[in-house]
Design a binder for this molecule. Sequence first.
Ligand code: SAM
Ligand code: SF4
Length: 461
Amino acid sequence: MKPARKLYIKSFGCQMNVYDSQRMADALAPEGYVETETPDDADLVVLNTCHIREKAAEKVYSELGRMRRLKEAAASDGRNVLITVAGCVAQAEGEEIVRRAPAVDVVVGSQNYHRLPDLIARAREGKIVDTQFPVEDKFDRLAAPSRAATRARGVSAFVTVQEGCDKFCTFCVVPYTRGAETSRPVVKILAEIERLAGAGVREVTLIGQNVNAYHGEGPDGRPSSLARLLERTARIPGIDRLRYTTSHPLDLGDDLIAAHRDLPALMPQLHLPVQSGSDRILAAMNRRHTRADYLDIIGRLREARPDLALTSDFIVGFPGETNDDFAATLKLVNEIGYSGAFSFKYSPRPGTPGADMDDQLDEAVKSERLYLLQDAIDRSQAAFNRDCRGRTLSVLLERPGRYQGQLIGRSPYLQPVQVEALSSLIGEIAAVTITDVASNSLFGTLAAAPANEPALAGAGA
Ligand code: SAM
Ligand code: SF4
């Protein structure tokens, strides 16, 4: 038996990083590492970083300042704390991280973290930077989580099915930090989900930077689409709810649209980033579709699943964005009626074409547009939530709430729902009548009738 050691992992950025952090913990568990909630008593600290915007990347360096002080305090008590930087900042900046933050012992890229146990062992002799894209597939080398670890992570799980991106939107670092698009084989994904189901997971979200470009090898040796993968996943006993994210409009094929009509387990919610409502800006962003194309896809999706809740990502202040371009974005938000959306000020990223474009906008203009856009999104979200009042929704009860006797779950539309219920109901899909709504969540009481997923009693949809 290896001596017990404590591991603190902090995840920044997207769900892909949340998943990767869990897999890093799985890789380190056989070495005796047990996760701890705080860095104060950790023997190993891993920061799993995000490089998507400048602010996200800079956050890592301020966190590293804090970790350096903890490492120094531990050293004065005779404890050796190792600091690892993983994820997209590690991939993009490599050696530069050790130069800027000499307290860092290991820098490991997004495709190499299966090597962590070995890198950590070698770090006792000197600094290690491992950011080459490896020939081996990390997923084949990673230890599976124990049943107890899976249970502790809850009844809803993420599973990475696709990584990297070949789209090269002119604002985005992902194709450089995560590399070319690759898809995991169907059989391996299904085996992972079967294990999750065996440990009590009821909902799975298939994730990828560009998940609907999924084309992993099927059991017959031919590429499988995401729609086929969803169908197969829905057949796994115990998995009652499916989601997928994040999608690019260009890859939303007819079979995936049909899956929203035909697959009862596929939840009526879709994150489909559009970034801008202006054709001029969409072209400058290299999104390779127009506003009309996007509206056409939404129309077809809503035909397939009339109650589909839509969310999106937006960027304001992309180089050259005029008042008219921005007005087109606001108009699109009002037209679609999103159930929520993320919006960001454009952040020029070194090495991307957008960063070298001439007509960069002032911060003040970006801030004002962001304020106006967020206001429009908030109003859209509030209207969507208001429409849920009085309805009975099926809610997957996931975890205890802040108050005793309260549980928090998710509606089919991904809204958090606070319900008065016994903790023994965690993991159940319950019928909940929505009695009140707030800007970001719903409140409800258990309905007498059992929830019949995915039909929504009184849904009116
Ligand atoms: N693959 C997804 C897609 O096609 O939209 C999203 C990838 S990215 C991790 C998540 C979001 O970050 C993007 O949708 C975009 O809105 C935002 N983002 C990416 N690069 C950005 C930048 N340079 N400045 C501001 N926001 C950015
Ligand atoms: Fe980035 Fe998404 Fe565009 Fe790929 S499709 S470059 S991940 S924004």
